[in-house]
Design a protein around this ligand. Structure first.
Ligand code: NAD
Ligand code: TDX
Length: 332
């Protein structure tokens, strides 16, 4: 029996991780700690509510975190403020949850000598030029552009330092852009899918030439399981499908899946500081741990994701109005 604490388990990737872990490892005893911010949603865990223990609380709450870590064998840390556009509007919760929250967790893990896996992003490396050869590697220089990525970079550095100086049994992973069910309507693919489902055009920032490496959430979470099982302590692993697509092409694919003309979108003012391109070199993960994406191409997972939003309007509809009101304030 392994007792696992999942922080941020009511959010997009964390909830998918809980579902996947229970399906693949029914012997695990899972506790979820989540503050249920605007991005956390208990409906994401509804199907497994009887199989987990849910704790409504903040990862910055030292006493609460200490107790939960003490009664766990392994901690997987997803909890974070995760949206770049929000961090441009108000960075404060990002510094608190992402930096302070990771610090509180690290101290608890250190006190109780527990195994930690920290979830991070390829955005900590800043952006790659459109023509740069290869992608980021585990040795690439940290060069974050947004308040979001700066706080994720800070958290990563804390994890690395706690592993090296205090011998904390931690690993970390930096994954490329995820997509799949339960992703909040504020994010790129869900925003465009739900727009089209409501009869509105997708909104493309700036030129639409920015490139992201789209990785299915199940592929991300399978990599996390491999790292938990066989990753080397103190090491970082990059995770990415290898499928680089421009934002314009993503929008065109969404329109195709939903039966609209490829040009049925509008452009809106660009995001300040908008990173041009992210791409990972995930050969370390593939070579050392044998990871292979089940969805090497965005098109492999896009239509089932679009269908999920089509079939689960009850899930995204309540947040959609507020999301779009926020974008209107930003002029996007
Ligand atoms: P999300 O915003 O959907 O979910 C985040 C969850 O964390 C929510 O349930 C929220 O309630 C919870 N949370 C936030 N602050 C908290 C706090 N102080 N205490 C407890 N819970 C708190 O985010 P996501 O897309 O699922 O991302 C999860 C993790 O993966 C983040 O660390 C993010 O940086 C990382 N990541 C995301 C992507 C992506 O494409 N979405 C890619 C790579 C890495
Ligand atoms: O309406 C939009 N139009 C648009 O063109 C939105 C919401 C986004 N975009 C662009 C901006 C990005 O180039 O699409 C791309 C993807 O945007 P987001 O979904 O906001 O993702 P990104 O900024 O790339 O960050 C994501 O991937 C890395 C996650 O939100 C992070 O949590 C993760 O770390």
């Amino acid at each position: 029996m392994t007792r696992m604490l999942v922080t941020g388990g009511a959010g997009f990737i964390g909830a998918n991780f809980v579902h996947r872990t229970l399906a693949k490892r029914p012997e695990y005893e899972i506790r979820v700690l989540d503050a249920l911010t605007y991005a956390g949603n208990l409906d994401n865990l509804r199907a497994v509510a009887g199989d987990i223990r849910f704790v409504h609380g903040d990862v910055c709450d030292q006493r609460l975190v200490d107790g939960l870590v003490a009664e766990s064998d392994v901690v997987v840390h997803f909890a974070a403020e995760s949206h770049v556009d929000n961090s441009l509007r108000d960075p404060a919760p990002f510094v608190r949850s992402n930096v302070q929250g990771t610090y509180v967790l690290l101290e608890a893990v250190r006190r109780h000598d527990r195994r930690l896996h920290h979830i991070s992003t390829d955005e900590v490396f800043g952006d790659l030029g459109a023509s740069a050869q290869g992608g980021f590697t585990e040795r690439s220089r940290y060069d974050p552009s947004s308040p979001y990525s700066a706080t994720k970079a800070s958290a990563d550095l804390l994890v690395r330092a706690w592993a090296r100086s205090f011998g904390v049994a931690a690993t970390l992973s930096n994954c490329a852009n995820n997509y799949g069910p339960f992703q909040h309507a504020e994010k790129f693919i869900p925003r465009q899918v739900t727009n089209v489902l409501l009869g509105d055009r997708p909104k493309l920032y700036g030129s639409g030439r920015n490139i992201r490496e789209w990785t299915h959430v199940d592929d991300h979470n399978d990599a996390v399981h491999l790292i938990l099982d066989r990753g080397r302590i103190g090491e970082a692993y990059l995770i990415g499908s290898g499928c680089e697509v421009s934002n314009r092409e993503v929008v065109e694919s969404v329109l195709e899946v939903l039966g609209r003309p490829a040009s049925w979108y509008e452009t809106v003012p660009d995001r300040p500081g908008h990173d041009l391109r992210y791409a990972t070199d995930s050969s370390k993960l593939r070579r050392e741990l044998g990871w292979r994406p089940r969805y090497p191409d965005l098109r492999d997972g896009l239509s089932s994701t679009v269908n999920w939003y089509r079939e689960n309007e009850w899930w995204w509809r309540p947040s959609k109005k507020e999301v779009e009101a926020g974008y209107r304030l930003m002029g996007r």
